[in-house]
Design a protein around this ligand. Structure first.
Ligand code: ZN
Length: 313
């Protein structure tokens, strides 16, 4: 059992050398809250299997922005990225220091940053720890995963085989048509959009939370591709491209154009469509999901300034 004093004296809480499971997320949130009592941690909903969907709130400014990670099971690297960012902002804020050249106290005076680091904890658990015999959907998941017990290289969906980033109310009908063309007819590892928008507790919680708050800008973190997606048809506000170009410059990622099945029913699509404000999908890293931890350092370096600027622009 670690004491509060031990936690407070630790120089690092978030370990970037381990696959980022739900258990690690829970432990780190507890420790961060002990060390940095000024952060708020709340539960905005629960997953299909009853895991908490945590939201961390940093700052007290009027400029409200929202970042989320791991809509997709294999993409737990994005949870780790957001958690490390939270820790580093807290550290700089507490000590009155700068982070990437920006005054952390100014940042949190100007902005309130809300972060849900793990939208799909059940999917992350399947991707990292596999399918246990006691899983409430054991038989179904085996079937949806084509009879394989290996979820470590394919599983993006939640525990009901729904791809959460295809489960929002933005061109949902087109998403359904595109699925059929790709022969996706029901629950599975990826790209099945569910029976209707927000059919899943995870997407419903995120959409409800977004409707309740008044976010000026959102960023949904995914992997991989080193790309920034910023458009959703005619609903895209003009400022979105300008901000996107700044993001591209500080991250070294390129501004992308989405076409086909990936361009419907995602969180950022829904946000842009509903609120006509800038929303981004950021695809971190390069290679095949799940990305290796050896990429973490570079991913963090590429994204830190963007995460700060998104709160300040
Ligand atoms: Zn993704």
């Amino acid at each position: 059992m670690r004491s509060g004093c031990e936690i407070k004296s630790k120089s690092h809480i978030v370990n970037t050398k381990k696959k980022y499971s739900y258990d690690l997320l829970q432990r780190d949130l507890k420790d961060l809250k002990i060390k940095y009592s000024f952060i708020t941690v709340e539960e905005i909903g629960k997953s299909v299997c009853g895991r908490s969907l945590y939201c961390i709130k940093l700052g007290y400014g009027s400029n409200k922005v929202f970042y989320n990670g791991a809509h997709h099971g294999l993409e737990w690297m994005t949870s780790l990225l957001l958690m490390k960012f939270i820790e580093n902002v807290c550290k700089a804020y507490k000590s009155g220091k700068h982070i990437k050249g920006y005054d952390a106290r100014e940042l949190l005076k100007k902005s309130t940053i809300y972060i849900v680091p793990m939208v799909n904890p059940d999917g992350v658990e399947l991707a990292i720890n596999g399918l246990s015999k006691s899983h409430p959907y054991y038989n179904e998941l085996l079937k949806w995963n084509n009879g394989s017990t290996d979820f470590s290289k394919v599983w993006q969906a939640n525990a009901k085989g729904v791809d959460l980033n295809h489960n929002y109310d933005a061109s949902f009908d087109l998403s359904k048509e595109a699925e059929k063309e790709h022969c996706i007819l029901g629950p599975g590892p990826t790209r099945y959009s569910g029976e209707c928008p927000e059919s899943e507790p995870e997407t419903k919680a995120l959409a409800d939370f977004t409707r309740k708050e008044d976010f000026k800008l959102v960023m949904a973190y995914h992997s991989q591709g080193k790309e920034i997606y910023w458009q959703y048809g005619n609903s895209t506000p003009q400022i979105a491209r300008t901000i996107g170009e700044i993001f591209a410059e500080v991250s070294g990622y390129k501004l992308g154009e989405v076409t086909g099945i990936a361009s419907y029913a995602g969180y950022k699509d829904w946000f842009i469509d509903k609120f006509k404000r800038p929303g981004y999908t950021i695809e971190v890293g390069w290679g095949k999901n799940p990305l290796p931890l050896t990429q973490f350092h570079q991913i963090y370096e590429d994204n830190e300034e963007m995460l700060i600027l998104a709160g300040m622009l």
